[in-house]
Design a protein around this ligand. Structure first.
Ligand SMILES: [Zn+2]
Length: 600
């Protein structure tokens, strides 16, 4: 995150107009000083998404997302902070310095690889279109009933059978042998000479979420083996972190029903997209991973996993799915009818039949329960134990308490086991898990931790007030320091703003929204950004704002005392438990003092 310093970020911001950037994604209409549109982040009929050119922020009064242009790009395009800054800097022709030579080397290496894949893609596409060279490949794909439009959208190409045509072409363009080998489009053969990696294959470019090509898959057109060859992993291609066609699917998410369908192959994805099922993506020959879960979470909160209807398929489908539950992405699964993959199925039965199939998907919990009940007899003690143990360990992964409760009820009904006993088992697993967590990372006092997770509203309000006006910042500084805040994250932002004013620099919502520390903690960052971009105090006079600030500070003090009181209560209990009467008396005095203050 410490990739760019404040000054660079400010330069990029100053050179960027949020209106122009947002306009690429949504149709804006002028409304007074601002612009309005229907929100791209939630479904709505009347526009509540507002872009302010003065403040260079956006805010949706429907779903209360908001922030500056960098946030907007991060949210709509699934970029991370550094990627968003890079993109804006590129558009504004600002050169970004690299923090260290190491990073510079890494970045330019990545750029080189992207360049090679771009050239290789042009080569494969040219051969696919070539009257003679690409004839067989075109006929093969047409025979599989793929239209020229879908082939073009997915950039399907052809690698001719010659040994080193691509390699020679790249060398002629001045690319070094080392870089070509690093890209994996050519490889050193066992005899020591360099040959193209893909020969005589139909080519499927693999892009990352931003649409940059990062590798290829190549398929034979006969029964030769291996049927598929993929690019080796490189600095820009990690199979466990990428999903095929995500860059296309992410632009077709249905805001009424946002989810991704996950299948296994290039052709499956292309077939589904061709049938208008545009939210399909594929894994690249690996099981689903934690990285996938995080990637997917940027766009949707639900996936439907489609797998082969045999036992191996079932097992593969279940592997690694817990991590999605931990990330709070809900998982549904559906088996293909035996002998079909999505490609054949849709070709034979049409897209609507597949849509119907998707409707029959089951959530992973019910699916796993059924599977276990098929494999173990729940009327026997041993079978029942196996089933409950497995199901409870799955439940323990789900952070959403409401969901867990529902599943516990379901489990209790299906297995004929008392709900409370299931809760008890679940508590045991939770204890074990949290015990492991504590051993790794000693936690501070519990009350503080829970507050850090859920900072107090007044704290946000204080930040948005002092970010508006230096007079207010001075007013706050006289009575409030960072250590008064209950949330460490918000406290840091507070200190940072005060320090900035202290150095005689200006503060603005724009600058603040870029504070890397705000970006660092997602949940807190989002709330704070929502406060800042909503501009809730805009209509107040300075005197009124000053009153509002005083009120917020008072609220914060009150909350502080409450927290302190809770802490003392807890310590009293501890001291009582340990029989330390002196300590108890001391704490009680402190408690009384505190309550006296509170009521004065
Ligand atoms: Zn919205």
């Amino acid at each position: 995150m410490a990739f760019f310093d404040d000054q660079i970020i400010e330069r990029v911001q100053q050179a960027t107009d949020i209106v122009a950037v947002v306009q690429d994604f949504v149709q804006l209409k002028r409304a007074g000083r601002n612009f309005k549109a229907c929100c791209p982040f939630h479904k709505e009929k009347t526009p509540s998404f507002v872009v302010s050119p003065d403040r260079q922020t956006y805010h949706c009064f429907g779903c209360s997302v908001g922030g500056d242009v960098v946030d907007f790009l991060m949210r709509i395009d699934g970029l991370n902070f550094v990627e968003a800054i890079r993109q804006l800097a590129g558009q504004a022709n600002i050169e970004l310095p690299e923090a260290t030579p190491e990073q510079a080397k890494g970045a330019s290496r990545r750029e080189k690889l992207f360049g090679i894949y771009e050239l290789a893609q042009r080569f494969f596409r040219a051969h696919f279109s070539d009257v003679n060279s690409g004839k067989q490949a075109r006929e093969y794909m047409a025979g599989r009933q793929f239209s020229p439009e879908i082939l073009e959208e997915f950039g399907v190409g052809f690698a001719p059978a010659s040994k080193h045509l691509l390699y020679d072409g790249l060398r002629k363009k001045g690319i070094s042998e080392e870089d070509i080998l690093a890209s994996g489009v050519a490889t050193r053969s066992q005899y020591g000479n360099i040959i193209d990696q893909f020969r005589g294959r139909v080519m499927f470019p693999i892009s990352n979420a931003q649409g940059k090509i990062i590798g290829f898959g190549g398929r034979v057109m006969n029964d030769d083996l291996p049927k598929y060859i993929n690019s080796p992993e490189s600095d820009v291609f990690k199979k466990r972190q990428e999903l095929y066609a995500l860059h296309i699917a992410k632009r077709h998410i249905d805001r009424d029903d946002p989810y991704f369908i996950i299948v296994e192959g290039y052709l499956d994805v292309m077939r589904l997209h061709a049938a208008g099922i545009r939210n399909a993506v594929a894994t690249l020959g690996t099981a689903l991973t934690e990285d996938h879960a995080r990637l997917i979470k940027r766009y949707v909160k639900e996936i439907v996993l489609v797998f082969d209807g045999d036992k191996a398929g079932e097992n593969a489908a279940l592997r690694g799915l817990e991590v999605f539950l931990t990330e709070d992405v809900s998982v549904k699964v559906v088996a293909m009818p035996s002998g079909f993959d999505p490609d054949d199925f849709v070709r034979d039965n049409g897209g609507d039949a597949f849509r119907e199939l998707i409707k029959t998907s089951e959530d992973i919990f019910s699916f796993k329960l059924k599977l276990l009940m098929k494999r173990h007899n729940h009327r026997e003690a041993r079978g029942l134990l196996t089933i409950t143990t497995e199901m409870v360990s799955m439940l323990a992964m789900i952070p959403n308490a409401v969901l867990v409760d529902r599943y516990v009820k379901q489990l209790s009904v299906v297995l004929g086991v008392d709900e409370q006993s299931i809760q008890l088992e679940l508590a045991k697993v939770h204890d074990k898990l949290s015990g492991r967590f504590k051993a790794q990372e000693p936690e501070e006092d519990a009350p503080t931790t829970s507050l850090i997770k859920n900072p107090f509203q007044a704290e946000y309000a204080i930040i948005s007030l002092i970010a508006e006006d230096e007079t207010l910042a001075l007013q706050a500084r006289e009575v409030l320091s960072g250590s008064d805040f209950l949330s460490n994250e918000v406290a840091e932002v507070y200190d940072r703003i005060q320090a900035r004013y202290g150095e005689g620099r200006s503060v603005s919502v724009r600058v603040l929204l870029h504070d890397p520390r705000i970006v660092a903690d997602r949940e807190i960052g989002q709330t704070l950004k929502s406060y800042l971009s909503s501009n809730i105090y805009a209509h107040l006079s300075l005197a009124e704002k000053s009153k509002a600030l005083a009120h917020c500070i008072q609220q914060l003090r009150l909350k502080q005392r409450q927290c302190r009181a809770d802490e003392i209560r807890r310590k009293i209990k501890e001291a009582e438990f340990q029989g330390d009467h002196g300590k108890v008396a001391e704490l009680v005095r402190e408690f009384q003092e505190l309550t006296r203050l509170q009521h004065s």
